[in-house]
Design a protein around this ligand. Structure first.
Ligand code: GAP
Length: 444
């Protein structure tokens, strides 16, 4: 994980938040390459969910919601972690993450000091809205994006004439006052989620639950993720969230071990039932194709972390490869084998020399490719070093402009993964790159 963290910072993917003040725990900033990568992962998910499904529509709900939302959802009462503190060294632990014998003996696993009793700690961030800081002005930062979907479900049925089964997809920030934030951006206090809530008729929920597990697995396959690094984990009764009847996590083999990447949950009619009760509004679905049958839909949820997906994509792409045998550091390259659809830069244009009109020609080529692709331009240093820099940024294609380019209008197209190079007429570059992206298969 250290190598991943240091590459991410060095190349401008992720920085520590407020670093000049010593950093802010649980918060990270996404730099120029990081924000591109994050946007592309979000774009791939959005396309998968909305464009490829005729009956799933999008939403972007507010982070601040009426506080009753969180009473109805059960988060005020149930969204807690068990917490213990060491009276001596002041370390704080999640009681379910320290050895049972320490908990039983009330002995700090770090210094042996006395531990406090376990107490419940609510993970929601609380703040105040308006000038008065009293109980009437309490408002929460949403701990999941899902509730914004539930409270809008009737609006969407009415405005978009949706018929069950249908889904609502949303990408947005969520906040949790996590006690333990380690492993880089894996578990943070501020993060983004990509959630889709699928509304189904009661009784068909198990079928849809199984269907969505299949679809989410196939999605990662399509993204070119190492499939032997993914596995399912079904929640046992003691792991199930307060709203879930059944839940499966897709786990990824991160450098620190198998960890949750995404959850698929059967949330039953819990959420809409509770919102009916707390808001006093009738949230039943009226099935006009079936004698106006009324029911509260069941919800199948697929919930993936966007920032956690970025960490997964980064770890999955990371590779160190021996490429020469000269006995020095140049024998090795670090390469991020991103799928070209996800890579922050798709094509880098590199003039062999700055002089003799090569830089101008390279800039012209860049201008032509810009409309279709995320491009970079680099004319500094030896060409081999420039290739290495692009490999480290995960750029799948490099175009080198040399003296022959001036004579016959061809350029070199270099492939990141194989390091092979072919000559291509510059007029055909854009279409050749498109073909290569379509046909892309990960080789390592
Ligand atoms: N709406 C359901 C829900 O929020 P969850 O299992 O608590 O379920 C879903 O979270 C996903 O959100 C997780 O699988 C993970 O990818 C991401 N996630 C949850 N907490 C996170 C945190 N503190 N930091 C980063 N990602 C987090």
């Amino acid at each position: 994980m250290e190598k991943i963290t240091s590459l991410a910072k060095r190349r401008g993917f992720v920085y520590q938040s407020s670093e000049i003040y010593g950093g802010q725990n649980g918060a990270w900033d996404y730099g120029p390459l990081g924000v591109e990568l994050k946007n592309r992962i979000a774009g791939a998910w959005w396309k998968e969910m909305t464009r490829l499904h005729d009956n799933i529509v999008g939403l972007d709900a507010a982070i601040l919601m009426h506080p009753r939302t969180w009473e109805a959802s059960g988060h005020v009462e149930n969204f807690t972690d068990p917490l213990v503190d060491c009276k001596k060294c002041k370390s704080r632990f999640r009681a379910d993450q320290i050895p049972q014998e320490n908990l039983a003996a009330k002995k700090c696993p770090d210094c042996g000091g006395e531990l406090t009793d376990t107490r419940k700690f609510n993970l929601m961030f609380k703040t105040h809205i308006g000038p008065a800081e009293d109980t009437a002005s309490i408002i929460y930062l949403r701990p999941e994006t899902a509730q914004g979907i539930y409270v809008n479900y009737k609006n969407i049925i009415q405005s978009n004439r949706m018929k069950i089964p249908f889904g609502i997809a949303q990408i947005g920030k969520a906040f949790r006052n996590e006690i333990v934030t380690k492993n880089f951006i894996f578990r943070t206090c501020e993060f983004e989620q990509m959630e889709m809530q699928y509304f189904v008729k009661p009784g068909t929920d198990e079928e849809w639950f199984s269907e969505w597990r299949k679809q989410r697995w196939a999605y990662y396959e399509k993204l070119g993720v190492k499939m032997d690094h993914l596995r399912w984990h079904q929640h046992g009764p003691d792991e199930l969230a307060h709203y879930a009847k059944d839940a499966y996590d897709i786990e990824y083999l991160f450098p620190m071990g198998w960890r949750e990447l995404e959850g698929v949950h059967n949330r039953t009619d819990y959420d809409l039932g509770r919102h009916t009760q707390f808001s006093g509004k009738d949230l039943q679905y009226i099935d006009q194709d079936n004698n106006n049958e009324r029911y509260i839909p069941y919800i199948i949820e697929t919930s993936a972390g966007l920032t956690r997906s970025l960490l997964m994509v980064f770890c999955d792409a990371y590779d160190e490869e021996k490429v020469a045998d000269k006995g020095n550091e140049d024998d090795w390259r670090t390469v991020l084998r991103f799928h070209p659809d996800l890579a922050p830069v798709t094509v880098a244009i590199l003039p062999l020399m700055k002089k003799d009109g090569l830089a101008e020609l390279a800039q012209d080529i860049r201008s032509e490719l810009k409309e279709d692709y995320a491009t970079d331009y680099d004319q500094a240093g030896a060409i081999g070093r420039r290739y290495r820099r692009q490999d480290e940024a995960g750029t799948p294609f490099c175009v080198t402009v040399d003296y022959q380019s001036k004579e016959d209008g061809t350029v070199t197209l270099r492939f990141r993964d194989s390091m092979e190079q072919v000559r291509v007429p510059k007029a055909e570059l854009a279409s050749r790159i498109r073909q290569e992206i379509k046909a892309y298969k990960r080789i390592k």
